[in-house]
Write a protein that binds this ligand. Structure first.
Ligand SMILES: [Zn+2]
Length: 362
């Protein structure tokens, strides 16, 4: 329950961001109509939107979801053709697979197919490879063993991504509370009640520190592959850990999608981090852009980055403002840093995008 606050504080309204914005982390999950998304983008100044999972279809049910294979052609027909320059995509290649069957029977066959699909999708315009958190939590091999992201059998896939100059955006682990018991003391209690499938409190799942350790091994083992670690490398509770990771691994970038709450409750450290690592941070939201609160969602991201406003609420993981955990403060970044975060950094990692969105003033 949120208590009433009597604080009188400043509310800076930012209708459009300080410069053009690329939302480098989002999902359409096979949605056919993107009109509502384009409308939101135009209203708040999003020049381009990345669907990370263009060859995936998802069915949502019982607070969880089921992953299925979709067609990247649908993305091309629904997004890139009608709205040139406004959408780009990543592919999951053959990782777009349901979790209720082994990821592979024969690892060599899987890896070969995965590479062939990646090459084909690159030819069709996909800009990177996306790996969902299911790798390391849910995908089993033919012997019933859990497959971790640093499994050497998968190494040729990451090497191929490097050859194709496709960044790998890999989600591993989650907020610390997702691995703790779902009790009212858990700081993510409300979200975990609403989405029970997000809880990995069951000790049958690997612990968060193991997942992070293996992910950190992975990025170290493949220095020529560019890795984007979403959600503030899923360790926003420990900014110094993420700072060290970036210092040690020049091939690593992060986005801070769905982590405004974590960052905005430690605004001094967050600001210092954003200044120090200004060339390594991408803007992304990972929240629906076609619902009633979507404009407010984007504006709150801008307010966090651009102002020193205090004690305001960030959107929850699903882009609504229903379960705000605690108030946050803005980090008031200077314009030259905002420019890097809003679009320059992602264009440096994916240079071909520059050509594609050239019609839009950057
Ligand atoms: Zn995501």
């Amino acid at each position: 329950m949120q208590r009433k606050s009597y604080l009188v504080s400043k509310h800076t309204v930012i209708d459009k961001a300080a410069c053009p914005v690329i939302d480098a982390h989002n999902h359409l999950w096979g949605a056919r109509s993107v009109e509502g998304i384009v409308k939101t983008m135009n209203e708040v100044g999003i020049v381009s939107y990345c669907d990370l999972t263009a060859n995936v279809r998802i069915e949502f049910s019982n607070g969880g979801y089921q992953i299925g294979t979709g067609s990247i052609d649908d993305f091309i027909d629904n997004c890139t053709k009608p709205y040139p320059g406004r959408f780009y995509c990543f592919t999951m290649s053959n990782f777009a697979s349901p979790v209720n069957k082994p990821l592979f029977e024969d690892e060599k066959h899987f890896v070969d197919e995965c590479i062939a699909t990646l090459q084909e999708h690159a030819r069709l315009g996909a800009k990177g490879l996306k790996i969902l958190k299911e790798l390391g939590l849910h995908y089993y091999d033919n012997k019933g063993e859990l497959i971790y992201c640093d499994d050497r059998r998968l190494a040729p896939v990451w090497e191929e991504a490097a050859l194709l100059k496709m960044p790998v955006l890999i989600h591993q682990a989650d907020p610390a509370g997702f691995f703790e018991q779902v009790t009212p003391e858990n700081e993510h209690y409300q979200s975990l009640k609403k989405y029970p499938a997000w809880s990995f409190a069951d000790p049958g799942f690997p612990r968060k520190n193991e997942l992070l350790k293996r992910r950190d091994n992975l990025v170290r083992q493949h220095p020529d592959t560019v890795f984007i670690l979403p959600h503030f490398a899923n360790c926003a509770e420990d900014i110094h850990y993420v700072s060290d990771l970036l210092i040690r691994n020049p091939n690593v970038f992060i986005d801070f999608s769905a982590r405004l709450d974590e960052l905005g409750r430690q605004p001094y450290s967050a600001r210092e981090f954003f200044i120090k690592h200004q060339d390594r941070i991408l803007f992304g939201t990972d929240m629906p852009a076609n619902i009633e609160s979507s404009q407010e969602m984007y504006k709150t991201y801008f307010r966090f980055l651009e102002t020193f406003d205090e004690s305001f609420y960030s959107p929850d993981y699903d882009g609504t403002f229903d379960n705000a955990r605690w108030p946050i403060c803005g980090i008031g970044l200077p314009k030259e840093i905002l420019k890097k975060i809003y679009h320059e950094n992602v264009l440096n990692i994916i240079p071909s995008l520059k050509m594609e969105i050239k019609n839009i003033n950057l």
